[in-house]
Design a protein around this ligand. Structure first.
Ligand SMILES: Cc1ncc(COP(=O)(O)O)c(C=O)c1O
Length: 415
């Protein structure tokens, strides 16, 4: 009998890893910072900060239209970053990678350009009850413009989509399934493979919001096979102001442009304009060159560490955090899905999450409180808000312990 060894990623060297993140080295209110607000944005490694600085110090020029050395260097670095993103998502072609401002813009681009082109009265757009506002509001607007109807697949008490209800709502009327890969409010990992396959059976187009997934797990758009996949740079340890829309080439080719202006055209007369090749057709105006380049650096940094090691560390940390927080008197975790990553949302009796957040901040612990741009999730659980600890590759069990101690302090002061 032959045995196959399952490859196990070596554990992360957390001391060396953390040393690469300048912001993690500081004291906050005289205490070591425990940064547990990663679902909102992650801290940046030195290489990303250096990439931004290098661009502005050495290569700063506009891309695509210059013949001088700086412009050629800027263009080469910008397009190299696009190829890095292509490899990161395992997209077939760099023509499928559109740089946007963030995930929100990527979804709005699709809701406008694809939605106004394809949706008509009576069509349906299906989302889930755990979407971020960015994957609700653009579809509401698209439905208002086109007469399509927004349908919402409900979630159960654990925070899982009720798949029987999802299956009932997905019909030949469904023209778009827009679903979050990993919920920022609950930590639920949706069964997107199954959802994409179901959408294919009814002929629906699929958009996946990978804003949270992209820094916790490897994404393979060829294996997953959505039509669109969006993520946002600042959560993948990259800068703010840059995001990515992956679009299947055949759809991007056929789809009308989103914004008009320079760079997205091949020719302009007063009578008629013609569109540039992909992906430039969807990148009107001067792009966010510096941040795209630094996003490429961030992605290389993440790939250098590897999602096997990141995933193993974050899963262990999530298990530790879940157990430690569940043991805090009066604390209730919101979101206990079967497949979860990196997020522990909770409430503590009648203590207001905002007050909890303010007190733990005094202990150097950064968490987020509020509705996390997912107000319908709060409504579903009949709560106004949660406190949320969210993990990244550099977090430690010591930081979870600091949170638990700080929550004890909050209970003392507020309880
Ligand atoms: C699941 C999800 N979708 C979309 C977004 C929007 O990201 P951005 O504000 O960078 O566009 C976020 C940000 O928190 C998110 O968590």
């Amino acid at each position: 009998m032959s045995t196959h060894a399952v490859p196990v990623a070596p554990p992360l060297d957390l001391v060396a890893l953390r040393a690469q993140f300048p912001a993690l080295q500081q004291l906050v209110h005289g205490k070591p910072l425990a940064y547990l607000d990663n679902a909102a944005t992650t801290q940046k490694p030195q290489v990303v900060i250096d990439a931004l600085r290098h661009y502005y110090e050495c290569d700063n020029a506009n891309v695509h239209r210059g013949v001088h050395a700086l412009s050629e260097r800027a263009t080469a670095a910008f397009e190299a970053a696009r190829r890095t993103v292509q490899r990161f998502l395992n997209a077939r072609s760099e023509r499928e990678i559109v740089f946007t401002r963030n995930a929100t813009e990527g979804i709005n681009l699709v809701a406008r350009a694809w939605g106004d082109w394809q949706l008509k009265a009576g069509d349906e757009v299906l989302i889930t009850a755990m979407e971020h506002h960015s994957n609700i509001v653009p579809w509401q607007l698209a439905c208002d413009r086109t007469g399509a109807v927004l349908k919402v697949a409900p979630i159960d008490d654990r925070g899982d989509v009720i798949m029987e209800e999802f299956a009932k709502l997905l019909t030949p009327k469904t023209k778009m399934l827009a679903v979050v890969h990993l919920s920022n409010a609950l930590g639920t990992i949706n069964p997107v493979e199954e959802m994409v396959a179901a959408a294919r059976r009814v002929g629906a187009t699929v958009l996946i919001d990978g804003s949270q997934a992209a820094y916790h797990m490897a994404i393979d758009v060829q294996a997953l096979d959505p039509d669109f996949y969006v993520f946002t740079g600042h959560k993948v340890y990259g800068p703010t102001g840059i995001g990515v829309l992956y679009g299947r080439e055949s759809i991007l080719e056929a789809m009308p442009p989103f914004l008009g202006g320079g760079d997205m055209i091949s020719s302009v007369t007063f009578e008629k304009s013609e569109w540039n090749a992909l992906p430039y057709k969807f990148e009107a105006g001067t792009p966010n060159i510096a941040d795209a380049i630094a996003l490429g650096t961030a992605i290389e940094f993440v790939r250098g560490i590897g999602f096997d090691a990141i995933g193993a560390h974050e899963s262990a940390l999530l298990a530790y955090a879940t157990e430690a927080l569940a043991a805090v008197p009066g604390l209730r975790i919101i979101g206990t899905a079967r497949r979860k990553a990196s997020v522990v949302s909770f409430v503590m009796g009648d203590l207001h999450p905002h007050d909890i957040g303010t007190i733990v901040d005094r202990e150097g612990v950064a968490i987020r409180t509020g509705h996390h741009c997912a107000q319908p999730v709060m409504d579903r659980f009949c709560i106004p808000a949660t406190a949320r600890a969210s993990l990244a590759m550099y977090n430690t069990t010591g930081e979870i312990d600091a949170l638990v101690t700080a929550l004890g302090r909050a209970r003392q002061l507020l309880g």
